[in-house]
Design a protein around this ligand. Structure first.
Ligand code: ADP
Ligand code: MG
Length: 730
């Protein structure tokens, strides 16, 4: 029996594992495994607690003695929950999370066994970092990096089986100070944005002392039976299928979208949601997506730093919990050709410490102008740095999705809806006529009441935009489902910070020349609207017409990662990141190198997996069928039947033989090409060659012939689970 038949049989006998969930109310478990401030209050002395709060709220440093008190409070809490080990939890540039567990258990010098957790161990750890990507930042002879506690993200307990580990969120840095992870730059960007946004807010409201970016992500994913996945080496190794013929029933009926959730998946969802609630992840929605076996979940938005941790944690929790249900979660952007891929919309806004959402239209003329200021500055930022924003979402896997008719194209544009378009046009139309007191009319535009209904009308259309205004936030939709949101969020917050700083300088300059504040602000807003007009697009982003139009406008359309990444290392980028204190030149070069290497490895692995499957699965199955046909034809010929009675078999034989030969030839040619490409020294050239000479040249071609064979060969002989099985059996 083949692995495929075995897997298919397994599914049909699959039982539903009901999760063991105590209590019905979410509030009963929410945050139970998190060292929240409320918990901290119970376990810490006044001094330690105050110090922790000051550090979380104001970024104040915690000294070592207080850190020791905090550490023992954390340990006491963790031990009360059955925790034996702790780990620094960080987000290296591999794209996953890293942990190295240490036990609280230790021996004193006289051999007495005790449990302890000291301040020093809380604050800093030295994982042997030589195996994490560093892009050449650390020579291997001093392959040292350290992880440093980030008090702004609360510690939490991860349960695996019966084992429980206290996880301390940390940033990861080289001894020389360069950051080696996704979190450290994000925190710098958040700080940079805070400074810039507070300055601009203070034109309108002196009470604002802190502005925090907020993020609400929407995670799409596929859920597939474990046995079926295990019978597909490509899914196991690449997270996507490299072959597979789209079934007769795909997603054309769209009957899956918002349909009832299959019971087995529902049990899994409730289980991972419950685990997520314990970890303080405020999941709010769940539903079926458009593609069969595709789903989505989204939390209530949070401060960006926490939201990023929660997303990466959720991906981990989902993956682990799925195993209990004999399911596999596919987070890849494009697990199945011809079927919608998965994204991770990043809903982003700015919140003040006075409780105002800066991207929500105001209720008074003054707050309206504040809204317009942040709104237009965001558009200007996206306009000026569209290439860098594009680079922030570039990855080998997202390349399969962007522009593939279900996701925004690689062209960055901004959708704002009819009403705001009118508002901006109105402001723009006054170019030349200086704003004066009479223009109160503009300041009084009733944004608050008019926007919501208008946007609701437009929701369908703006689904095709990579960066859309959705009433009280922007939604960055080009982010891929596997991405760590930290990177796009670092870039977005940095470019907005940079733009706001420039905005403030221009406003100040006009005010020094004697302009009234509001008038000065309107002048600069107008200037920015004119300057960034070409980034605004309200039409269908999926259409061919838009590609043409974008080209006319001079908007870049970089479809592949190796070239999209160039934007990270231009003079413009270096200046931007230096001015805002996010990345040094060395860090930028290192990250560029790491991303290129990741790309190369991903394509390399896929090419190998393709080769293996073609050689060990496809060709052998096809040859068996070819032999059967041959036997059959020979027997018929021996029986002296007229050839017109087995013309069908002859054609089949010819077709099968042609496709076998094509698969064979192209697979071999691809191997030869890889050998050539592997000799290229420069990473960028190598990545480009992997894209153009290996992927673009061979992937589709080999797949075409394999998928043809899948349609021709006797189903009994086909060893890989087919799309119809992967997508519909559970
Ligand atoms: P939809 O489902 O139509 O896209 P929702 O209002 O449900 O719109 O929001 C989707 C996501 O946007 C959710 O994660 C939500 O928490 C988030 N969101 C809402 N307001 C904000 C905000 N001010 N900042 C960041 N994210 C937000
Ligand atoms: Mg949305």
């Amino acid at each position: 029996m083949s692995l495929r038949t075995d897997a298919v049989n397994h599914v049909s006998h699959g039982n539903i594992t009901s999760p063991d969930i105590k209590g019905a109310k979410i509030t009963g478990v929410f945050g139970e495994s998190v060292f929240t401030l409320k918990t901290a209050r119970e376990y810490l002395s006044d001094e330690a607690y105050k110090s922790l709060v000051a550090s979380i709220k104001g970024g104040k440093k915690i000294d070592r003695t207080v850190a020791s008190q905090i550490a023992s409070g954390m340990r006491a809490w963790a031990e009360s929950k059955g925790v034996t080990h702790y780990t620094h939890w960080f987000q290296p540039l591999t794209g996953t999370t890293a942990e190295k567990h240490d036990s609280f258990f230790t021996l004193k010098s006289d051999g007495t066994a005790i449990e302890e957790f000291e301040g020093a161990a809380l604050i800093q750890q030295e994982p042997d970092a030589s195996s994490f990507p560093n892009g050449g930042l650390r020579a291997t002879f001093e392959a040292r990096g350290y992880s440093a506690w980030d008090p702004s993200s609360p510690p939490f307990i991860i349960e695996i089986g019966n084992g429980k580990t206290l996880c301390i969120p940390t940033i990861f840095i080289a001894y020389t100070g360069e950051s080696l992870d996704y979190k450290a730059p994000l925190m710098k960007a958040v700080e940079s944005l805070n400074k810039a946004a507070v300055t601009v807010c203070n034109y309108f409201d002196k009470n604002v002392t802190k502005v925090t970016p907020t993020l609400g992500w929407e995670q799409e994913y596929f859920v597939i039976d474990e046995a079926l996945v295990n019978a597909r080496p490509d899914l196991v190794q690449c997270g996507r299928t490299v072959f597979g013929f789209t079934p007769a029933k795909g997603q054309q009926l769209e009957d899956h979208y918002f349909g009832s959730i299959p019971e087995r998946v529902y049990a899994f969802m409730r289980d991972f949601e419950n685990e997520s609630y314990k970890l303080g992840i405020p999941l709010r929605t769940r539903h079926n997506e458009v593609a069969p076996a595709q789903f989505e979940c989204a939390p209530i938005f949070e401060e960006v730093n926490i939201a990023v941790d929660h997303n990466i944690l959720l991906m981990d929790v989902m993956t682990r919990v799925a195993k209990r249900h004999r399911l596999v979660v596919l987070l890849h952007e494009k697990p199945f050709a011809g079927i919608n891929g998965s994204g991770k919309h990043n809903n982003w806004s700015l919140a003040t410490d006075t409780g105002v959402n800066l991207l929500a239209p105001g209720k008074t003329p003054k707050t309206n102008l504040m809204f317009l200021t942040f709104f237009v500055n965001t558009i200007k930022a996206v306009h000026d740095y569209a290439d860098i924003l594009r680079a922030s979402i570039a990855s080998a896997s997202n390349d399969f999705r962007l522009g593939a008719n279900e996701a925004p194209p690689a062209i960055i544009s901004v959708f704002i809806g009819d009403y705001l378009t009118k508002v901006l046009n109105d402001v723009e139309s006054r170019v030349g006529s200086k704003f004066d007191e009479q223009d109160e009319a503009i300041l009084k535009i009733d944004l608050h009441r008019s926007i919501p209904e208008l946007l609701i009308d437009n929701t369908d259309r703006n689904r095709t935009s990579p960066f859309a205004f959705t009433g009280n936030k922007f939604e960055f939709r080009a982010v891929g489902s596997t991405a760590n949101c930290a990177l796009p969020m670092t870039i977005l917050n940095t470019i907005v910070a940079d733009t706001l700083n420039k905005f403030a300088s221009e406003v100040d300059a006009l005010m020094e020349k004697g302009d009234k504040k509001e008038i000065a602000i309107m002048q600069v807003i107008q200037k920015y609207i004119v300057a960034s007009k070409k980034i605004l697009f309200e039409g269908d982003g999926y259409s061919e017409a838009w590609h043409k139009e974008a080209e006319k406008r001079g908007l870049p359309n970089l479809k592949t990662t190796p070239v999209a990444l160039d934007a990270m290392v231009t003079e413009k980028a270096k200046q931007l990141f230096k001015d805002n204190g996010i990345y040094t030149h060395a860090e930028l070069e290192a990250r560029h190198e790491i991303e290129l290497e990741k790309y190369i490895k991903k394509v390399q692995i896929e090419a190998r997996v393709m080769g293996d499957l073609a050689t060990n699965h496809i060709i052998p199955a096809a040859i068996k069928y070819q032999n059967e046909l041959l036997k059959n034809v020979n027997l018929l010929r021996d029986a002296a039947l007229p050839e017109k009675l087995y013309k069908g078999q002859l054609t089949l034989l010819k077709d099968v033989s042609t496709h076998i030969q094509q698969v064979y030839e192209n697979t071999h040619a691809m191997v030869e090409e890889r050998k050539v490409v592997n000799n290229i020294e420069n990473s960028r050239d190598k990545a480009i060659a992997y894209e153009a000479k290996v992927k673009a040249q061979y992937f589709d071609k080999i797949r075409y012939h394999v998928d043809k064979l899948e349609q021709l060969v006797d189903d009994e002989l086909w060893t890989l689970p087919k799309y119809r099985e992967l997508l519909f059996l559970r």
